[in-house]
Ligand binder design. Sequence first.
Ligand code: ZN
Length: 412
Amino acid sequence: MRPAIALCAPSATAPCSSLYRLEIKPDTPQLAEASLILPQGRDGEMWLHAQGAAQGLAPQIVRPHCDEHALLEQEARWLKPAGCRRVDWQIRFDVAQFGREDPARHRSLYFPDRSWWLLSAATSLLRPPDDGQAHLAVNASVLGGGEPVEGAWPLPDSGAAPAFFAIGNAAGTTVGVQRVRVTHVADSPATVWRMGLIALQRRAIAWLAEVMRVKSQERLLVVWLGMDRTVGKISDASGDRSFISCYRPGDARGSTVSLMMLAHEQFHQLAALDYQASHPAWYGESLAQFYALRAMMRLGSHPREVQALHRRFIDAARPLEAGLLDWQRRYEAGDAAAYPQFHTQGATFWHQLDALLRLASSGRYGLDQDLPALLGTATAEASPLPMALRRQWREMAGPAVDALIQRYLGSA
Ligand SMILES: [Zn+2]
């Protein structure tokens, strides 16, 4: 289970975790006032940073200060002096250009047509190290992921995936799927509605929640941004319980890619709800991609594009340069070529294993039955797959299972 949302009330005068306050000003919509109120015991000198700086995302933070003293800045970090427990700054919201926003940039944006704001925590909030249980309070209506406590919204730990919030007249639509409620906000709700994206997302998450046996109650946020072909490749931005997805009206390939990305991120989000077992990146990424491709095959409405995209990831004939465990080591050593292998070679591994199990059981048994155990059992380099499942697979499909594991993972 997730830890309790808050150990103490975020509205208390002496909060026990960080409280962020955001004051939106309709008269100056591009500049909002932000403050961080640190809990007792955190008054020492410390570096604050925008979470996205490590990924090269430009901060939208203007003039952070304690009382009237500007904080010393060094390489997108700001030094909070000892004795200061309240830091104030301004957040610079870019005016959203319809069709020209790339979600991967994680920008905080202002949408003048309906007067709403997209707050991106990664570029706009100053976080101290080890900032757990933090909350955000805003002087306007907010839509986000998770459950607010006394009007303050939970923020993921400063080391976790970031968060997005839709503020003001965002005109969200909330759709319930089992115990998960998803709020949708769009730059052009009429277009997103016409393209059937909300219904499609609902079917994708319903299938994933069923196959993953998700039982938790949760609230997620999806923000839809239209993106012209000229702006760049279809992209997304995934937060802890919030997500930005882009769409391209009239683009069959773009719609298929965006469905696959959405399913991939929602697999991660749903997995985080009910399964706390730790896994190396190759494992979580390859499973997410395998199930995203499955969701796309079931729900994609452009068969040619669906097939082509499936082939791009799942290809049993592709020569293998290294095993997944080796790619994992390279990934940990900072090799940028490793991560995409988790999505291609990794998804191909699960696909092949699923095919072996189905063949051996005349179609009665596949990876779906084992997904809860795959997600619920911790794995590591020494034991890359759950031992009990390996035994069971071997009994069912024979030595071909070991040969497959040896070939794709590089370990017997
Ligand atoms: Zn992923």
